[in-house]
Design a protein around this ligand. Structure first.
Ligand SMILES: [Mg+2]
Length: 285
């Protein structure tokens, strides 16, 4: 059923790694799911804790995999971090351990990247990490710079197994200085709420789809979003009893979720129709 030009009052925040792709491989059905969202004008945003790539880099990668997406569909922890710092201290300075995505985002939000006496030490993922940078960062933090992490993911899946994540690098700085980092990425409400606002939806209209309990599902649960766990990434059904919180829906992959949505005419079955003041749904008012 078409929506007669009225935008549907629900939308999706979608994790990428383990949901849309694994390494260089598209997870089968992800393209169909995204195609349906576009066709039906259902708002969505890809949400990644990886701060290495710019929005444009992420889009280029997704398009190469066959997805029909644009820059407005991508929200990274680098963007969330830069926006957060610009609100906290406009026009500040940062010493950055990270790469293009983070540097670009900070510049876009009016930050200068410096080597001495910064307001913040900001850590993201990258392959340039070395002990000289760690030593410089430790001295800056002990000298009063605030420690900001784009995310605290302990590791990231790659084609050849796991690589250390941003959280592992941040832990080194925390241990050396005795200072705890403030983290902006999922499950932090700073990023989750910013992404929801970017979608232009309310809490109850927002569904988080992810493969990781500690970030995607925890963040979604804490913010009061609807949550869908896909098993195409790092989580097995046997893992679920270990957690004190659970997703509302568990599916094998986005392909299975597309089938579920198909059966409900592309209204999320877990999303009750909002009830208007007169007891009818807005769609019938
Ligand atoms: Mg993931």
């Amino acid at each position: 059923m078409q929506h007669n030009g009225t935008p549907p009052r629900f939308g999706f925040l979608i994790d990428m790694d383990g949901v849309v792709y694994r390494g260089p491989e598209l997870i089968p059905g992800a393209d169909r799911f995204v195609g349906q969202l576009r066709e039906r004008e259902i708002p969505f945003l890809f949400l990644t804790n990886n701060s290495q790539r710019t929005r444009r880099d992420v889009v280029a990668r997704l398009v190469r995999m066959g997805l029909d997406v644009e820059e407005e569909h991508v929200f990274t922890s680098a963007m969330a971090t830069a926006r957060f710092l610009a609100q906290q201290k406009p026009g500040g300075t940062a010493y950055v351990i990270g790469e293009g995505g983070l540097l670009t985002a900070l510049h876009q939000y009016g930050y200068a990247v410096v080597d001495h006496d910064p307001d913040y030490v900001v850590v993201g993922e990258g392959r340039t990490f070395n002990l000289e940078m760690v030593e410089a960062a430790v001295r800056m933090i002990l000298g009063g710079a605030k420690l900001i992490a784009t995310n605290m993911d302990p590791n990231c899946p790659t084609q050849n197994g796991l690589r250390p994540g941003c959280g592992a690098m941040v832990a080194m700085l925390e241990t050396a200085t005795g200072v705890k980092a403030f983290s902006v990425g999922k499950p932090s409400p700073v990023m989750m709420r910013a992404a929801r606002k970017e979608l232009g939806l309310s809490t109850d209209e927002t569904t988080m789809i992810g493969d990781t309990m500690e970030t995607d599902i925890l963040g979604g649960v804490q913010l009061g979003f609807h949550t869908v766990l896909v098993l195409s990434g790092g989580t097995r059904p046997d893992d679920l009893p270990r957690y004190a919180y659970r997703p509302e829906v568990v599916t094998e992959s986005l392909a299975d979720l597309a089938e579920l949505m198909d059966r409900h005419d592309w209204r999320p079955p877990w999303h009750p129709a909002p009830v208007g003041r007169n007891g009818r749904t807005p769609a019938t008012v």
